[in-house]
Design a protein around this ligand. Structure first.
Ligand SMILES: Cc1cc2nc3c(=O)[nH]c(=O)nc-3n(C[C@H](O)[C@H](O)[C@H](O)COP(=O)(O)OP(=O)(O)OC[C@H]3O[C@@H](n4cnc5c(N)ncnc54)[C@H](O)[C@@H]3O)c2cc1C
Ligand code: HEM
Length: 370
């Protein structure tokens, strides 16, 4: 059997340093042969030229572990219905990808490499198309009205929206969202509540420095605005059959999915202890302490520890939350859920590895590439 992943990795090194040109060629080829597809993409392509191409390249390179990624790819395919992606578009993108790679790889490009990319891409695309087909009875996206918007700190807002039709999701999942302020820019956000009877969903958003969507959500969004939400994704969900105690570790707005998970757990928990570690830079960024305090007073099985990394006057723990968890424990028989920036998630995973927590007991979502 030929090693597809070896060929993919080897051939990628031929173009890796020219990624930007490969991406330019890839998009030019797509838009030339199918100009109507241009409308699906953001207006300012320079901001994120590498986004889709980068995503396809990383997806194709996971091809030697198809079982692990199958569920993710199927939900990505479901999610892609918001772009009106049709099966024939997948063929078109494959053609553009192969042409761009061939053009920049130079003399060392071979038929063997080409076949590996073709096979790898097809496997990924088939899983995505299957996912989209399986979900054809739900809409490709939902319209939702913002019913409340609160600034909680300079950079953080909490808002509530009501989808016109119920969206079924599991606590701990995330979904992508588009605002009228930045059309066609979709970004992932995690509902901060377990599903409610009135279908409303809360989101917690931090405005990232030069961030397009997050600044609009924090600084411009108002009650009455409309949003579009797409299919829920992600597997940071509760295992109801586990009887282990639970440790939640949240950094900043990483608290959102953790709050949803605590609410969900409260619906059935009888005997599991829950430890919540919530960390931020300073007290302003601990923007939802009130809700955590309420959880702790309502549910005797919840214990909350807070930490600031850059606020010596804070009366809780001092330091990064990833270090603070090591001051408590032992954690040898717990289910862990970790959510926050890539830096915070990485540091927490390192601490947990040092504490010899088995990786199969840890679920995590990083708010960006790890
Ligand atoms: C699974 C998942 C769940 C998420 N859930 C939430 C959530 O509940 N709440 C929330 O606030 N965010 C969440 N995010 C992050 C969110 O999707 C966006 O990435 C973020 O809001 C930035 O989008 P933007 O359009 O403002 O920035 P972009 O325009 O995409 O980026 C602008 C610039 O900022 C850089 N950048 C992007 N993110 C960061 C970062 N975290 N730190 C430093 N620089 C950065 C980019 O590299 C780029 O240079 C989640 C992300 C993922 C993958
Ligand atoms: C194997 C095939 C594909 C894979 C693995 C893939 C994967 C992805 C991923 C992961 C993203 C999100 C990137 C991010 O915002 O961080 C993305 C964005 C996108 N995808 Fe796909 N995709 C595929 C095929 C397609 C097809 C066939 C279409 C057809 C229309 C499409 C249209 C888009 C668009 C419009 C975006 C948004 C781009 C942007 O915001 O710049 N994708 N894709």
């Amino acid at each position: 059997m030929y090693s597809m992943s070896r060929l993919l990795k080897e051939s990628w090194t031929l173009v890796e340093e020219q990624q930007d040109k490969v991406a330019r060629h890839f998009y030019a080829r797509i838009f030339l042969s199918n100009p109507q597809l241009r409308d699906l993409f953001p207006v300012q392509m320079d901001v994120q030229r590498a986004r889709l191409l980068g995503a396809i390249v990383s997806a194709v390179q996971t091809v030697d572990d198809p079982e692990r990624f199958d569920e993710y790819l199927r939900s990505l395919g479901r999610d892609h219905r918001k772009f009106h992606a049709e099966p024939e578009h997948y063929d078109l993108l494959r053609g553009a990808l192969l042409e761009a790679l061939r053009t920049y790889a130079g003399d060392q490009w071979s038929l063997e490499y080409e076949q590996a990319w073709r096979d790898g891409y097809d496997r990924i695309a088939q899983a995505m198309i299957r996912g989209a087909e399986e979900d054809s009875d739900t809409p490709p996206f939902w319209h939702a009205e913002v019913i409340k918007h609160e600034r909680r700190s300079r950079d953080i807002a909490v808002f509530t929206c009501r989808p016109m039709q119920a969206i079924e999701y599991e606590a701990g999942q995330y979904l992508s969202l588009e605002t009228g302020y930045q059309p066609r820019l979709w970004r992932m956000y995690s509902p901060a509540n377990a599903m409610r009877e009135d279908n409303t969903i809360d989101f917690h958003v931090r405005a990232i420095g030069a961030g397009w969507v997050s600044s609009a959500l924090v600084r411009r969004l108002r009650a009455g605005d409309m949003l579009r939400l797409a299919a829920p994704m992600g597997s940071m969900t509760l295992d109801r059959s586990s009887s282990r105690d639970v440790v939640f570790v949240a950094g900043g707005t990483g608290l959102a999915p953790i709050k949803a998970l605590i609410e969900e757990l409260a619906r059935f928990n009888r005997n599991r202890w829950v430890h919540v570690f919530f960390g931020a830079k300073d007290r302003d960024d601990l923007y939802d302490l009130e809700a955590l305090t309420e959880f702790a007073s309502r549910y005797p099985w919840v214990q909350v520890v807070t930490a600031c990394s850059d606020d010596p006057t804070w009366s809780g723990e001092q330091g990064n939350i990833s270090e603070v968890i090591a001051r408590y424990g032992p954690w040898n028989n717990h289910d862990f859920f970790v959510s926050g920036s890539p830096k915070m998630v990485k540091a927490t995973m390192r601490t947990l590895a040092e504490l010899q927590v088995p990786s199969m007991r840890i679920k995590y979502d990083a708010f960006g590439d790890l």
